[in-house]
Design a protein around this ligand. Structure first.
Ligand SMILES: C[S@@+](CC[C@H](N)C(=O)[O-])C[C@H]1O[C@@H](n2cnc3c(N)ncnc32)[C@H](O)[C@@H]1O
Length: 289
């Protein structure tokens, strides 16, 4: 670490954050990721970041903010501290069943009828990969032997490099299966010394990359999609960032495409461009056209 930051290597347990420092750090995080941290979380912040400051040998948040401005690796560490990566295979089964029986079925039928056996899906905020692999599994279940004649691409992105690395590795412990029927686990995973490894046929459909949803230029480079999944991600953004991200999804989707959000998320007051389509268990947001 450069001398600018190497003062007072104290192993103190908690470094206090002033309101002013909190606001500086909050604004920095918002600027870099679109994640908005409410002042109510200031003390949670203080405890989470104190450990990192101690590891770095920094005695104040002022020094930490200086470091963040010049050190890209530290910025990635910061993202790890502020994001919640909670996920699992087949998360929210009720929604997934409604998606499979309605949205996915409709899109597959439409594509078949148009003689275009191709489907492009974007999983935005994919964490360690459970969501896009689940989508690949749903496609295997829906298409069975017919899958071989389809061109399917699931683009899965996340802000966090360690999450993307885990996703690419594709080996999971029991926790990742807490919402998964056993039959799915044994059909699509093989036992590995480190856990359960996703089968190559499932992995083949998914392409992972690190991407910041706050970076509109990167979002524009994602191939156009028939379906966008962005579940349990926009919940961490403020209204302005939600609007920007949802507009990017709208622009990315092909006419007739659908946006799927998490069960506690809504486009109410965010975007009126999509038409909500209600199914028991989920709302799918349609880009008409
Ligand atoms: C709670 S997880 C949701 C995972 C999965 N979609 C699901 O529902 O199970 C939220 C994910 O969003 C990612 N995320 C947060 N802000 C992001 C941003 N600005 N760009 C890309 N990913 C982001 C986090 O890194 C985290 O992995």
């Amino acid at each position: 670490m450069g001398s600018l930051f190497s003062k007072s290597i104290s192993l103190r347990k908690s470094v206090k954050i002033t309101d002013d420092e909190f606001i500086q750090l909050r604004d920095f995080i918002y600027d870099k990721s679109g994640i908005y941290v409410d002042i109510k979380r200031k003390y949670l912040f203080e405890s989470r970041f104190s450990k990192r400051l101690a590891e770095l040998g920094l005695g104040s948040f002022v020094d930490y903010i200086k470091l963040l401005k010049v050190d890209r690796m530290e910025l990635n560490k910061l993202f790890e501290l502020v994001t919640t990566n909670e996920t699992s295979f087949c998360r929210d089964m009720k929604q997934l069943e409604a998606f499979q029986n309605n949205v996915l079925k409709e899109k597959l039928d439409q594509q078949r009828a148009a003689g275009k056996k191709e489907l492009f899906i974007w999983s935005a905020g994919c964490s360690s990969g459970e969501e896009p692999y689940t989508l690949s599994i749903l496609l295997h279940e829906a298409l069975k032997m017919e899958l071989a004649s389809w061109r399917i691409k699931i683009t899965a992105v996340d802000l966090s490099p360690p999450m993307i690395a885990r996703a690419k590795k594709g080996v999971y412990g029991e926790y990742a299966f807490k919402t998964t029927p056993d039959a799915i686990k044994t059909r699509y995973f093989t036992k590995d010394p480190e856990g359960w490894k996703v089968k190559p046929t499932v992995a083949k459909l998914v392409n992972f990359q690190q991407m910041n949803l706050n970076d509109s230029a990167s979002l524009k480079r994602v191939a156009r999609s028939h379906i966008v999944f962005c579940r349990n991600v926009i919940i961490y953004f403020d209204a302005d960032m939600k609007k920007r991200v949802v507009t990017s999804f709208y622009d990315n989707l092909m006419p007739g495409g659908y946006l799927m959000l998490g069960h506690s998320e809504t486009l109410h007051k965010i975007a009126s461009t999509f038409k909500p389509v209600y199914h028991p268990g989920t709302i799918a947001y349609l880009k008409e056209g």
